[in-house]
Design a protein around this ligand. Structure first.
Ligand code: NCD
Length: 314
């Protein structure tokens, strides 16, 4: 019978990738791999009797639905909302009060919020683990874990790869978390490809300064070196000035033409949703990894829920 690996996973909350050590990441990836092999009946007993809250103050499709799938696969119950308009937030309740109350009902809280730092604040007032499912333009650690899982499955390793992050590196939380996580691996080279206005923030570059990275404004300048091209959408909703968005929208369109000169083994990833930056003509090519990436959200989130299921912070 398949054994779930024992790990030294050290976190009580999953708020930011900057809290992870490499061995925490490896713990999640190893348990996720096991989750894919466990028989359904065995899996459905792992969180039996537990309640997981799913609080989404911002829109979501993949993250919320893969979490809720993972929760149900593990046999837990789920409570929560997909739209804060139906919660007491509408009446003016503070986030701390909402979280304090929900932590009295649930064993784990998964939350997405539009304010940077909201998950950290929640983790300070919740006696139960908080899993950050995205906080504004800041962090999206669970997306990163499934991204790493996807890379490892495709290449058999993460060390030594050259990875291009393309698009909105300023407001895209997925690329902030991913760059930080990749900096924990060996011999990684990163290429940040973005318009001048949407470059990777200084604090992230400061955080990863131990690894090799370079910045580009054109994909063609670095494409032949890449093993992975991680494409992101321009985060329209985060622009204070719509005219600024208009200046950069449509700047990159990745299609068959723009991939001329790519390595045979190149894989294209995208956290989705896509707008126009990734052409559907690539969906049936050997490059496309993004739908598999979205599917991997389920075992990775199962692993996280499993690793946090018995944590009590005080
Ligand atoms: C991302 C997000 O919410 O940050 N989506 C996701 O979780 N898969 C990416 C995005 O919205 O562009």
């Amino acid at each position: 019978m398949e054994e779930i690996p024992k790990t030294n996973f050290s976190l009580k909350d999953v708020v930011s990738i900057s809290d992870f050590k490499r061995e925490d990441i490896e713990a999640v990836l190893n348990v996720a791999e096991c989750m894919e092999k466990l028989p359904k009946e065995r899996k459905s007993s792992l969180l039996k009797g537990k309640i997981v809250a799913s609080l989404f103050f911002e829109p979501s499709t993949r993250t919320r639905l893969s979490f809720e799938t993972a929760i149900q696969n593990l046999g837990a119950g789920v409570i929560g909302f997909a739209d804060a308009k139906v919660s007491s937030v509408k009446k003016g309740e503070t986030l701390s009060d909402t979280i304090r109350v929900v932590s009295g009902y649930a064993d784990i809280i998964v939350m997405r919020h539009y304010i940077e730092g909201a998950a950290r604040l929640a983790s300070e007032v919740s006696s139960k683990p908080i899993i950050n499912a995205g906080d504004g333009a800041n962090q999206h650690p669970t997306q990163t874990l499934l991204d790493l899982y996807t890379i490892k499955k495709a290449f058999g390793k993460i060390d030594g790869l050259t990875i291009g992050l393309l698009g909105d590196l300023k407001y895209g939380r997925t690329v902030h978390s991913l760059a930080q996580a990749l900096s924990l691996f060996d011999k990684i080279k990163l290429a940040f490809i973005s318009p001048e206005e949407l470059k990777m923030p200084e604090h992230i570059k400061e955080h990863i300064k131990g690894i090799k990275y370079e910045e580009f404004t054109e994909l063609a300048a670095v494409l032949p070196e890449l093993d992975v091209l991680y494409v992101t959408r321009i985060q329209r909703e985060r622009f204070a000035d719509p005219a600024e968005y208009e200046k950069v929208r449509g700047k990159y369109i990745v299609n068959k033409e723009s991939l001329k000169g790519a390595k045979e083994c190149l894989k294209i990833m995208h956290p989705l949703p896509r707008v126009n930056e990734l052409s559907p003509e690539l969906d049936q090519t050997k490059y496309a990894l993004y739908f598999e990436q979205a599917r991997n959200g389920v075992p990775v989130r199962e692993a996280l829920l499993y690793l946090l299921k018995d944590v009590r912070k005080w």
